[in-house]
Each structure stands twice: as C-alpha cells, then as structure tokens.
Design a protein around this ligand. Sequence first.
Ligand SMILES: *Cc1c(COP(=O)(O)O)cnc(C)c1O
Length: 352
Amino acid sequence: MKEFWSDRIRDAVPYVPGEQPRDRKFVKLNTNECPYPPSPRALEAIRAAADSSLRLYPDPECLSLRRAIAAREGLREDQVFCSNGSDEVLAFAFQAFFNPEREIVFPRITYSFYPVYTNYFGLTCRRVPMNPDFSDPIDALCGGNGGVVLCNPNAPTGIAVELDVVEKLLQANPEVVVIVDEAYVDFGAQSAVPLIRKYPNLLVVQTASKSRALAGLRVGWAMGNENLIAALRCVRDSINSYTVDRLAMAGAQAAIEDEEYFQSLRSRVMATRAWTAKALKEMGFTVLDSRANFLFAAHPGMGGRELLDALRQRGILVRWWNDEPIRDWLRITVGTDGEMEELMRALREILG
Ligand SMILES: *Cc1c(COP(=O)(O)O)cnc(C)c1O
C-alpha cells in the first residue's frame, strides 16, 4: 500500500544495506567495517566535544575538519567538501553534476548505490559490461557520456586501476565530471588526488568509514576543483546546511591527524588480506586481486547462495548479490586474523 506516497518514491528501488544483526552474535564480514577500533585520539576528541556547546549548531562549513584534510592531501580548504558519510557526498554529487538528457556511465559491476541515485534523481545511465576478468571496462567509459563514476578500487571486485588509467578517463571526458569513489583507496591503491590540480572535472570522494574505522560516525568528503566544491555546497544548502554534527567533526579530524594509528590500521588489514587470499586459493577458490579491505571469491564446487547460507548457519555473515555475472561470488570483509581463521574452519567444514 503506497497511498500518500509521491510519484517519485512510489517506483523507487532503494539500496539494500548489508545486515546489521541485532539478535545474535555473528562474525561480521558483510559490510566492510574495520575490525579494529578507531584511533584512541578520535574517541577522546568525541568525548571532549560532548559538552554544553552541543546546544549550538555545528559549523556548516566544517572548516576545521576541511583544513585537516586539505593539509594532509596538499590541497586548499576550498578544494574540500565534507558531509554526513560519503554516500551523502555521492548523492549530492549526482545532483550537482549530472543531467537527465545525457547518460552517465559506470561499470556494470560496481557500488550498487550508483544506479539507485541515478533512478532516484531522474537521471539516465549506461552500465558498461565488465571485461571477462572483471576488470573495469575503461575504453567504454571514454567519451560520449554525460559523466563518469569510477569506484577505485572497485566494489565488490576489489580490483584497482593505476593512476594513468584515471588520467586517461579525465582526458577522454573533458566536458563532464568524472567522480572517483575512493572509499577503499587506503588499502593499497593509488589516489587520484594529485590529478586535481590538472583536471577541473575530477571529483575524488573518500570516507572515514573504512580505513579510519569510523563507519558509525558518518563522515565523508569530496576533493576537487573549487568550482565543483561550490556546486556541492549549493546542493547541500538547498537541503540541509548542518550535515556533519559537532561530535563527528571532532572525531573525524582527530582520526585524520593520527597518521601513525591510521598506518597501523591499514597495514594490519592488508597483512590479513594477503594470507587470507592465499588460504582461500589453496582451498580451491578463485580470488580476485584485491586492493580493498575485502576479498571477492568464488568456489567451483559450490554456488554463492549455498556458501552464503552455509556460512550464516555457522555464525559468519558475508555479502552476496543475486545478480547474474556475480551470482557465484562472495564478498568477504577482511576481519581480524582470528575471524579469518574462523572463516577458514567453517569453509573447510562446508566444502569437506
Ligand atoms: C562504504 C562505501 C561508501 C560509503 O561510505 P560512507 O562514508 O560510510 O557513506 C561509498 N562508496 C563505496 C564504494 C563504499 O563501499
């Protein structure tokens, strides 16, 4: 029953987030959260910010946080935009840069929020089939489109492209905006931030949710030419000026400034990823070369859905999509070493 629903949402197909179980304890390898806690300095900053100043609205321009990001990335603060998670940044960007008359393009297998935004904002898209090895179909994203969205490393494949490939995309699409979603870039890929100086059509989007272990805080940011950043502010201020709250701003800034802790988080995740990929291959899995905090794997002896269910029965959650080209694949978040050992035990049991 959709009585009273607007036309816009009556036909909307929303994004389906990974399960956040409330009833029982699972080994959670389904939503690419960090298995380690956030920086102690971030937690301290959040506690310190929880004072009487909460009666006041936060800084709508997030100046202090933007300065911290700009300083780390070698940008000016007018080249940085912060908001309530990078999903929101992406939603603003789709509204700021794309028009319905010209199709935006992105790979057929990528972050499933892109087609959701496309439809919800009344845009049109062309989803380009993957190369046979699941790498990004870059040539088909070059020209003849109204904008490009590239997730690098891609989700859920984990495959990354090198910087010269991103540059090729920017050169081939000079009249439209190219969004590079770098939610997972810190786990071993190259960031496109150094290209911002050269390409006024590049928007790089990052998040505190994955490599800074702050998914619960909801902070994401975009970096690009000041003209693109101004457009994002225009969209935001047409909807909600105060998207980042005081606690989130304080925590995210402290996390970004704690470089040493950040480096230890990413290297621990990458080390666990390396041995887990090897162990999965030894069990007969095909595992794609991941530069992210997850692995994308398939086993010739069992379908994805069966594996998903069998793991769930053993208390382990992973992600699976009922989508033809990847129906036999599972996306497995890299957890702690202990959690991955538990995964191996369960898989040995399941596969005999
Ligand atoms: C997790 C994720 C995001 C969203 O991150 P938030 O900042 O938590 O909203 C964006 N893009 C991709 C590809 C992701 O996997």
